[in-house]
Each structure stands twice: as structure tokens, then as C-alpha cells.
Write a protein that binds this ligand. Structure first.
Ligand SMILES: Nc1ncnc2c1ncn2[C@@H]1O[C@H](COP(=O)(O)OP(=O)(O)OP(=O)(O)O)[C@@H](O)[C@H]1O
Length: 235
């Protein structure tokens, strides 16, 4: 039986903007099992990025508990959170956030410097299909290639969780599909747990699990025994 690797237990998050209190999360509960390709979907402002930022240790919940691999991240102090972000988390953003004056290879090498058991940057760049572009700077690469570098950078850390916030948001549909295929294949091949945020419900059938967030709560969660490949879905 699969075991949970992520457990959100009644997580709330409030932001204070002067006098105004914004309830970004109002009691979020869900679990994700080890090795799953999980999709977090929902409309703009629903709280998706807040969920991912808390999961990635970039933000802390106001209340509730977050267990990752049995550890209560929500009770971590600053130093523990830094170590968690560095070692346990690979993050892929909509805009690739590569260092512009470093080559593709150097971008990946920089990320693995702070990790305990990284993979070889060259090997991971080969796996994402960039064997011929390692010495290129980001500006010399297409959007899809830059996102592949960003994915390689996250994967090379050998993280417990790969978190992706709208990773295809800045790409045309063909390139976006190739990136989704790479993420799903990586999940299947390595057994890494992948959590992907999207507002595009068309890709929901690709996930082993769909967590639908609306107004700061989980509106519904579905598990999918027969996830589709990107080639089987149209949008
Ligand atoms: N740092 C912050 N300070 C104040 N309010 C914030 C902050 N981050 C998020 N919020 C608010 O929390 C709510 C949830 O935002 P969040 O970014 O998590 O939504 P989202 O579902 O990811 O939306 P989108 O799809 O538009 O990115 C929104 O009302 C947003 O304005």
C-alpha cells in the first residue's frame, strides 16, 4: 500500500495588509502519497500558490500542521526550513528564474552545490534532452529549453518533492505538452513525488490525484487509477 508523503492538516494562512486580513487558506486538508503525480487546480486567487509555497518551506502556515515524510514542517525554525528548502525541495516556476550570466550547465551545478546527494548535472541535462546546449546561456535558449534547464536544476538536487507552479504557463501548447511529458515521465521513472499547480483543468486526467482548491479550501479531491499520458489528452 502507498504511504502518504505529504499531509496537510487543517492548514490556515492569513496575510495582514495594514488593517486588512486576507484569509488565503481557510483550513486545507489533503494527503499525497509517495511517488504520485499530483495536480492542484483551481481558479485565480484560490490559494494554490500559497499551498505550494507552504509545502516548499517558502512560507509558513498561520495554523495547522504540515507533515512531509513524517516530519512536522510547520513547527520548523528558520534554520530547519533553510535546510529543508535546500535539500528536500526542487522548485519549478512559471518563469524559469535562471541566472542569466551562467550557462545551462553552470545553473544546474550552482543548485547542487548546497545538496547532500545530488545527481550529476551533466547526466540530468542529458535526460531532459539538452546534451547539446549545456554551454549555452539562458538568452541563447528557447522558452521550452530554459524550462528544461530549470527542471534539470530542480531534479539534480535529488529532492524528496518536485514542486511546479504553472510550469507551462509561459510556453506555447506544443512546448508545454513536452514539458508536462517530461515531468510525468520523471515521476514514473524516478518515483519522485511531483506536485503541479495549474489553472488548466484539461490536464487534470494526467494526475494520479487531483486536488481542487477554491476560496482557500479543498473543494474536492479525486484519485485517478488510470492517469492519462499527455498524448491522450487534448486542449
Ligand atoms: N504575500 C501575500 N500578501 C498578501 N496577500 C497574499 C500574499 N500571497 C497571496 N495573497 C493572497 O492570498 C490569496 C490566494 O493567493 P494565491 O496566490 O495562493 O492564489 P492562486 O490560486 O495561486 O492564484 P493564481 O492562479 O492567480 O496565481 C489571494 O487573495 C492573494 O491576493
Amino acid at each position: 500500500m502507498s504511504e502518504p508523503i505529504i499531509q496537510f492538516e487543517h492548514i490556515t494562512k492569513q496575510y495582514h495588509m495594514g488593517e486588512v486580513v486576507i484569509d488565503a487558506l481557510r483550513g486545507v486538508d489533503f494527503t499525497i502519497n509517495k511517488g504520485e503525480f499530483a495536480i492542484v487546480a483551481g481558479p485565480s486567487g484560490a490559494g494554490k500558490s500559497t499551498v505550494l509555497n507552504i509545502l516548499g518551506g517558502m512560507d509558513t502556515p498561520t495554523d495547522g500542521h504540515l507533515l512531509v515524510d513524517g516530519q512536522d514542517i510547520s513547527r520548523f525554525d528558520r534554520k530547519q526550513l533553510i535546510a529543508y528548502r535546500r535539500k528536500a525541495i526542487g522548485f519549478v516556476f512559471q518563469f524559469y528564474n535562471l541566472v542569466p550570466n551562467l550557462t545551462a550547465l553552470e545553473n544546474v551545478e550552482l543548485a547542487v552545490e548546497i545538496c547532500d546527494h545530488p545527481f550529476s548535472p551533466r547526466k540530468v541535462l542529458e535526460q531532459v534532452g539538452l546534451e547539446d546546449r549545456m554551454q549555452n546561456f539562458p538568452a541563447q535558449l528557447s522558452g521550452g529549453q530554459q524550462q528544461r534547464v530549470a527542471i534539470a536544476r530542480a531534479l539534480a538536487k535529488n529532492p524528496t518533492l518536485l514542486l511546479c507552479d504553472e510550469p507551462t504557463g509561459a510556453l506555447d501548447s506544443g512546448t508545454g505538452r513536452a514539458v508536462l511529458k517530461l515531468l510525468q515521465d520523471t515521476c514514473r521513472r524516478t518515483g519522485m513525488t511531483v506536485v503541479l499547480i495549474t489553472h488548466n483543468l484539461a490536464i487534470a486526467p494526467m494526475g494520479d490525484r487531483l486536488i481542487h482548491i477554491k476560496n482557500g479550501v479543498v473543494e474536492r479531491m479525486e484519485t485517478n487509477p488510470h492517469p492519462k499520458t499527455v498524448d491522450e489528452i487534448a486542449w
